[in-house]
Design a protein around this ligand. Structure first.
Ligand code: SF4
Length: 65
């Protein structure tokens, strides 16, 4: 049976650029772009889950490919 791949996605229309995900929670997963965070490594890690929980606007989600 094939496993579904999961990946991190940032909704840039929601991100307010607080920097929590890239500078505090999961710097291996997220990096800061010009005005919003960007996904650096889409692997769903424990740190990434902390970022998802802590994002003040709920801009980070997990998508199945
Ligand atoms: S925690 Fe959320 S609002 Fe803050 S930079 Fe990351 S995606 Fe943007």
């Amino acid at each position: 049976m094939e496993e579904k791949k999961q990946k991190l996605v940032i909704d840039k229309t929601k991100c307010i650029g607080c920097g929590f995900c890239c500078y505090n929670a999961a710097p291996n997963n997220f990096t800061f772009g010009e005005t919003t965070a960007e996904v650096k490594d889409p692997t769903v890690t424990e740190e990434a889950k902390v970022a998802i929980e802590g994002c003040p606007v709920g801009a980070i989600s997990i998508e199945e490919e």
